[in-house]
Design a protein around this ligand. Structure first.
Ligand SMILES: [Fe+2]
Length: 319
């Protein structure tokens, strides 16, 4: 399949300077370009931008971006969108002349691209690294009222591979982790009112950088923006810290999961009521983490209507 990895996210924010103070000033993401009401940022390992912030009247998610392997791959995805009757169109963006925007059957605003202008390599310009040293975008986590159907479509139509999943005692799928790039996930679906964004995640160099991020937020008297962690997930085995940006968009800082390139890798099953799946060390997860998310926008910039989940209730260990 054509998709290589998650590539970027575009967020609508209500005060661009306040958002840049958070993402650039505190967390150290590099601002590479500003144009109109938008700013383009990247981590220290990336050669392409991965976060676009656009000032807008409401806080929402404009695009969920995926890098594909070629222009032919982009054409194959366009043919898929046409065949399925999905809203789609080609657009240009800064450094990316051909971005295929598609609203998938569940309402997620996907954006696919191959061509991208390469930015200077700054990975080893360590004296310029700021904040916890964020390296690259890692994954998107999406609320879905129909996790089973979404998981199946992303596997069958888009070529994602399942690494881990959560199931209840009746065998119903509550969450799934799907990858293209060879670690635990590029995209995950989690049960809840949707379609919405649950969070987007960036990769840090090591677990100490996760602690460094928490210290930076605390030092800046911004502990109200730390929602959960630091900790180690059961699912994915990664170290994590969840932050809320000034608009309430949830960002995860993430590192140290594992390799998943074997084509016959068996997926890991977790019971919904096993508290170790969320935090391996058994810490409770705040209720806000299960309920709050960011609205999505359609191709015309209108909020995508959401539906409640058919699966009722929260796991027993939720406070
Ligand atoms: Fe995550």
């Amino acid at each position: 399949m054509a998709i290589v990895r998650v590539g970027f996210i575009e967020l609508w924010v209500q005060d661009l300077e306040r958002s840049l103070d958070f993402y650039h000033g505190l967390l150290g993401l590099r601002v590479e370009h500003r144009e109109g009401k938008s700013a383009y940022l990247r981590g220290y390992e990336e050669l392409e931008w991965s976060l676009k912030l656009t000032q807008a009247p409401l806080a929402a998610v404009r695009s969920l971006g995926f890098k594909v392997d070629s222009e032919e791959g982009l054409e194959a995805l366009e043919a898929w969108a046409r065949r399925e009757g999905l809203p789609h169109r080609l657009e240009g963006d800064w450094g990316r002349p051909r971005v295929l925007r598609v609203q998938d059957p569940f309402g997620y605003p996907l954006a696919f691209y191959f061509q991208a202008e390469k930015l200077p390599r700054v990975l080893q310009r360590y004296h310029e690294h700021r904040g916890p040293g964020i390296l690259r975008i890692d994954h998107l986590n999406l609320f879905s009222p129909e996790v089973g159907e979404a998981t199946r479509l992303y596997q069958e139509a888009l070529g994602f591979r399942l690494t881990e999943y959560t199931e209840d005692d009746e065998g119903r799928l509550w969450a799934s982790w799907l990858h293209r790039k060879g670690n635990v996930h590029d995209v995950a679906f989690t049960n809840g009112e949707g379609p919405r964004l649950h969070h987007f995640a960036y990769w840090l160099p090591d677990p100490l950088a996760v602690l460094r991020a928490a210290d930076i937020l605390a030092g800046a008297m911004r502990t109200d923006q730390i929602e959960r962690g630091p900790g180690r997930h059961g699912i994915s085995n990664a170290m994590f810290l969840y932050l809320k940006d000034p608009d309430g968009h949830r960002m995860e800082l993430y590192t140290s999961d594992y390799l998943t390139v074997d084509p016959d890798l068996p997926p890991v099953r977790w019971s919904l009521n096993d508290p170790r799946r969320q935090t391996l060390w058994g810490h409770r997860t705040p209720k806000s983490w299960f309920l709050e998310g960011s609205p999505l926008l359609d191709l015309e910039g209108r909020p995508v209507p959401t539906r409640a989940s058919r699966l009722e209730g929260l796991p027993q260990h939720v406070i």
